[in-house]
Write a protein that binds this ligand. Structure first.
Ligand SMILES: [Zn+2]
Length: 351
């Protein structure tokens, strides 16, 4: 399964000063937050929560004193303290202190660790920000930044695997369509939007996955667009796939080498009994979340819109085990961006 693709990389970081070590016990429990994390958020269980965070690589298991003038040879000591995390690291030699969350994903967020985990869970469940923020403008702000952090991790994860993000395969039906021109929705609410969907999106769906796995990319409307669409289809649809596409794209795609068969949605609809639009209704179900995302991104900047499409793809891939997945990826992301981490093998893309 794809969600295990990156688990081997955890070992790459084993030499980074105990940040994420080999005995990380990731699991695929979709209810990990409810069964394991939520009970640790009760008052008085901060020590257990920190142990869980350490065990899972979310905060460091050990720290060395970072004071250049300090001659301490021993590692820093874990101490209970009157700070937001209830614990910190203390150097026995020079008394330097480091927060429990030092150089972790949480270090940028001024809130309790438990609150951050609750917000991460909210992001996983795709709960609107206004419903997870909690009271006060500061909290809402922190929640927004945590949501952005999760989206960044999701984008990083998707970009990391973009080279092998291939859809379809022999005899697998892959649908290629464009929002809003094609057949992704029976009734695209064109009037509900004041700029008439200025952002068009090429969407490719692999129907062999449940839910459907989608790859999507913004189109720029340039005169080279057809060439770009062809390249994207060639790069992301595997040989031997059967392509179902709209009437506009059909002439462009029907001679694509290596593709098993190309069928237009029009031809598909002709097979429907009694003109009941069954094919179109099926397509509408397949594209439901993608169409929703394509509508949402109309109001965003290009960068945000691209990020939103990565998030859509992430949710379709990891949605069922979102919390354990994002936790694992946060650990890998943090280790990757941590300057004390050893250099990564060159197989990794530079972005
Ligand atoms: Zn020291």
């Amino acid at each position: 399964m794809d969600n295990n693709n990156s688990s081997g990389t955890a070992d790459l970081y084993a030499a980074d000063g105990g940040y994420a070590s080999k005995d990380v016990c990731y699991n695929n429990d979709p209810n990990l937050f409810e069964t394991t994390v939520e009970p640790l958020l009760a008052p008085g269980r901060e020590a257990d929560l920190c142990e869980w965070l350490k065990k899972n690589g979310l905060i460091a298991k050990e720290q060395k004193c970072s004071n250049n003038e300090c001659s301490a040879t021993e590692k820093m000591q874990w101490h209970r303290a009157r700070v937001v995390d209830k614990f910190n690291w203390v150097c026995l030699e020079c008394k330097k202190k480091l927060p429990a969350r030092h150089s972790s994903f949480f270090s940028d967020f001024k809130c309790e660790l438990g609150y951050a985990l609750k917000v991460i869970d909210g992001w996983c469940k795709n709960i609107p920000l206004t419903n997870v923020g909690g009271e006060g403008r500061t909290k809402a702000n922190v929640a927004k930044r945590i949501y952005n952090g999760c989206t960044q991790v999701a984008e990083w994860q998707l970009k990391k695997m973009v080279t092998d993000f291939k859809l379809g395969g022999p005899d697998v039906v892959v649908i290629v369509d464009i929002f809003p021109d094609g057949n992704m929705s029976l009734e695209v609410p064109t009037t509900s939007h004041n700029n008439n969907f200025s952002k068009r999106v090429l969407c490719i769906a692999d129907t062999a996955h449940v839910p459907v796995r989608v790859w999507a990319s913004l189109l720029d409307g340039s005169n080279k667009e057809n060439y770009k669409i062809l390249e994207m289809v060639k790069n992301h649809v595997m040989q031997g796939s059967t392509i179902v596409t709209n009437e506009i794209l059909y002439p462009l795609l029907h001679n694509l080498p290596g593709i098993g068969e190309v069928i237009s949605t029009e031809a598909l609809m002709n097979l429907d009994i009694n003109q009941d639009q069954k094919s179109l209704k099926n397509l509408e179900t397949i594209w439901a979340t993608t169409v929703e995302a394509c509508i949402q991104l109309q109001d965003m900047s290009t960068t945000q819109a691209e990020q939103h499409l990565y998030e859509l793809q992430w949710r379709q891939m990891y949605g069922f085990i979102a919390f354990p997945s994002i936790i694992q990826q946060i650990v890998e992301y943090t280790a990757y961006h941590n300057p004390i981490c050893p250099p990564l093998p060159s197989i990794w893309p530079s972005n």
